[in-house]
Design a protein around this ligand. Structure first.
Ligand SMILES: *Cc1c(COP(=O)(O)O)cnc(C)c1O
Length: 236
């Protein structure tokens, strides 16, 4: 199937999942996870109507920006970002979804201040408490939010999570539910540069459950572009 056909199938599935939860499908944005797909594939996804693109690696982001690959759609950074690479991402993307440590948050705020801009961000939660993943715990997030008035060059728009790899469908529902509850709890905490409009969760294998649990942005790669070919020489 073509990228356009895949996107149409996903839109149908979004509508179905939203209906099951009594939600409006227009509340749910489709972010194309474009890693390891080239500029041409990205352009096809944008032409097929994805709402935004999410890039994982700084090198690929820089290359595709130079190719003007994301024209017509906002671009987000969704991968682990090293603090020494913030200059290449801050001010270049509409949203950094993967702010996963206090150190990175401070580095992003500092770089945005240096550029004289406000950078939109999400905080990444390590919802499955996995050793292998970065991200804030549900406990430490409150301390971080207390410090937010200090970070005047970032605008917090919500939360993002990558739950554990699925063993059985439905396994991640409890994590999606916890994410939803957390975002509701944080919404009650009012601060000038904090809003919880975005809850970014759900990927190719589990976006239906994520939507039923309250996701407002799904990040989908494989179901749009097909399986990534890790054997192929890497872009750039
Ligand atoms: C690759 C990736 C996705 C999409 O994963 P698929 O299973 O291919 O849909 C979503 N989010 C992040 C952060 C990713 O790295």
């Amino acid at each position: 199937m073509s990228i356009a056909e895949n996107v149409a199938v996903i839109r149908d599935h979004i509508a179905l999942s939203a209906a099951q939860a009594g939600r409006n499908p227009e509340e749910i944005l489709l972010c194309a996870a474009t890693k390891m797909n080239d500029a041409d594939a990205v352009r096809q996804a944008i032409a097929a109507g994805v709402d935004c693109c999410g890039e994982n690696r700084v090198q690929e982001l820089t290359q595709k920006l130079s190719q003007d690959a994301y024209r017509g759609a906002p671009v987000h950074f969704i991968g682990h970002l090293q603090t020494n690479k913030v200059k290449q991402v801050v001010g270049k993307v509409d949203l950094i979804q993967s702010v996963d440590s206090l150190r990175l948050l401070e580095a992003v705020n500092r770089e945005a201040a240096r550029q004289g801009i406000t950078q939109n961000i999400l905080l990444e939660i390590n919802i499955g408490k996995e050793e292998s993943k970065s991200g804030f715990s549900q406990e430490e997030i409150w301390e971080v939010l207390d410090k937010f008035p200090l970070y005047s060059n970032v605008n917090l728009q919500g939360l993002m999570a990558i739950p554990p790899i699925l063993q059985n469908s439905g396994d991640n529902d409890k994590f999606f539910q916890e994410m939803y509850n957390l975002s509701v709890d944080i919404t009650a905490k009012k601060s000038d540069n904090i809003s919880m409009g975005i809850l970014s969760m759900g990927m190719s294998d589990d976006y239906g459950s994520a939507i039923r649990c309250g996701s407002t942005m799904i990040r989908v790669g494989t179901a749009i572009f097909g399986h990534r070919n890790y054997a192929k020489p890497h872009l750039g």
